[in-house]
Design a protein around this ligand. Structure first.
Ligand code: ZN
Length: 170
């Protein structure tokens, strides 16, 4: 009966970027080797294990699809993690998507942007008491330090993040 859903999910095999429980799996642009950028070393320079090309944290949002990966990313990441809780049926979320992509493109190396589809991960939405979407939450050292509900354009997202970037606690 429900063939529609199974067709929608397998677009991710085209992604060059995938998170697992230890790090971000990225494909080397030079040789195609898969490498893992470990969460706890995201501030360091990575080199491809095969050809030594320098690899950088991704300039795009990371789709987080499992609770374990979410916990690993938010608790071990050396960089702050901005999480966009969204749902496919939510109009304002669609407006936010390109805005958050812009912010992610500029923020590579300073913070990680993750997206959580609350339809696919209802347990995460419950755990963090997400009662409105879109909601953005910022995690630093495993702790949620800031949150804002509602659609924001890129400049507002940057303003939301700004106090939490860098090494200071605020
Ligand atoms: Zn390589």
């Amino acid at each position: 009966m429900n063939t529609y859903q199974s067709q929608v999910t397998e677009i991710s095999s085209m992604n060059t970027l995938q998170p697992d429980e230890r790090g971000l799996l990225v494909t080397c642009p030079n040789c195609g080797q898969r490498n893992r950028l470990r969460y706890d070393r995201l501030k360091q320079v990575f080199r491809c294990g095969k050809c030594q090309t320098e690899l950088h944290p991704p300039p795009e949002p990371v789709d987080v699809k499992s609770d374990l990966v979410f916990d690993a990313l938010t608790s071990h990441s050396e960089l702050p993690v901005l999480v966009d809780f969204w749902a496919p049926w939510c109009g304002p979320c669609k407006m936010v998507a390109p805005e958050i992509r812009k912010v992610a493109a500029e923020g590579a190396g300073q913070f990680v942007v993750a997206k959580v589809n609350t339809e696919e991960s209802p347990a995460l939405a419950r755990k963090f008491r997400i009662n409105a979407i879109p909601t953005m939450a910022l995690f630093k050292g495993g702790v949620e330090v800031a949150r804002q509900a509602g659609a924001m354009p890129a400049p507002a997202i940057r303003k939301f993040l700004q106090p939490w970037l860098g090494d200071g606690k605020r």
